[in-house]
Design a binder for this molecule. Structure first.
Ligand code: FAD
Length: 289
């Protein structure tokens, strides 16, 4: 099924998961599948699977096996992330053929985080460059990323919106946003999209920030603005892990309730494979979705 079907009923609530690293030991793999069980029981509209996120490595075979498992075991549609930087034209084409053979119909076309070590793949410069290759290879539903706080490599919002429109015109049928912590930035972004004639569904990407490690990661993403309210909470509770987790969940729920009241198309939860946090968020918004 194409995940476009999910948008017949809005808001669409979906999850992002991080698969275990290719060299992960069995206990980590077992823990991942245990977490996935809980995440799947929360019945997201679809589950997207990161690939090479943060510049790390991923395994094609394990990604395909995981996508198949999600589809066949839970009856939930998987969306496979395809970062351009991890492939050249030939390996991308081969990967797409393997996805088709596994009946994976939905892909998130991305530029990707720069790999930590140059892998020699320079065929694609931008996510848009991937779209023609994907379209030529099969009947995929193509999702793309967008950046409410403006992508750090863009000179300004006008330029960023112009390139986003090009991506949609090339064949991206749905957008999933980068995480953000100030909803007003998302609303301003939606307005820019409307003015530019970008009329595909746009899901708001929400990440509950529940520990110090994540706060440090925020700084590496670049471009994501941390509002004073967020910084105050994080500063206050950073040395108290339980309070920090509760505060992070509360902040994410507060953001989501406001977004749902505004009538957004959907929420994409960056679960960080954390079933406890994701469950608490889903329970808090259950009657609203
Ligand atoms: P692009 O759409 O290519 O845009 C990147 C920049 O280039 C923007 O500034 C854009 O305005 C500009 N641009 C685009 N086209 C042109 C053009 N023709 N000329 C000049 N400038 C142009 N990374 C991973 O490695 N693996 C993952 O699994 C992963 N998952 C993600 C999931 C989501 C929902 C999001 C939001 C991000 C994810 N990322 C992942 C990170 C993502 O790859 C980075 O944010 C990356 O920097 C941008 O990706 P993009 O697809 O938006 O890039």
């Amino acid at each position: 099924m194409k995940v476009s079907e999910c948008f017949k009923t809005r808001p669409v609530i979906s999850f992002e998961i991080f698969p275990p690293r290719p060299n992960a030991k069995q206990p980590a793999i077992d823990k991942f599948y245990e977490s996935l069980d809980t995440l799947a029981s929360l019945k997201p509209a679809y589950i997207s699977i990161t690939y090479g996120a943060g510049g790390g490595t991923s395994s094609e075979e394990k990604t395909i096996a995981l996508a198949k498992f999600i589809k066949e075991h839970y009856g939930i549609e998987p969306v496979t992330h395809l970062p351009a930087v991890a492939f050249n034209k030939e390996t991308m084409t081969e990967f797409l053929d393997k996805l088709a053979a596994a009946h994976v119909e939905n892909v998130l076309a991305l530029r990707g985080d720069k790999p930590k070590v140059d892998n020699g793949n320079h065929d694609f410069t931008y996510a848009t460059d991937l779209v023609d290759v994907i379209k030529a290879r099969g009947d995929y539903y193509i999702l793309g990323a967008c950046h409410p706080d403006i992508h750090p490599e863009s000179a300004n919002a006008v330029e960023d919106t112009k390139h986003l429109k090009e991506k949609v015109d090339a064949g991206v049928s749905q957008l999933v946003s980068q995480l953000f912590f100030d909803n007003q930035h998302f609303y301003n972004f939606i307005e820019r999209c409307e003015l530019a004639g970008i009329d595909v569904p746009i899901q708001a990407g929400i990440m509950p920030v529940i520990n110090q490690r994540q706060i440090e990661k925020m700084a590496t993403i670049g471009g994501v603005e941390l509002p004073p309210k967020f910084l105050k909470i994080m500063d206050r509770y950073k040395d108290n892990p339980v309070a920090m987790r509760d505060a992070g969940i509360a902040y994410a729920v507060d953001q989501i309730v406001d977004l749902l009241a505004e009538g957004v198309d959907g929420i994409h939860l960056y679960t960080m494979d954390n079933p406890v946090v994701t469950k608490r968020i889903c329970e808090a918004i259950r009657a609203m979705v």
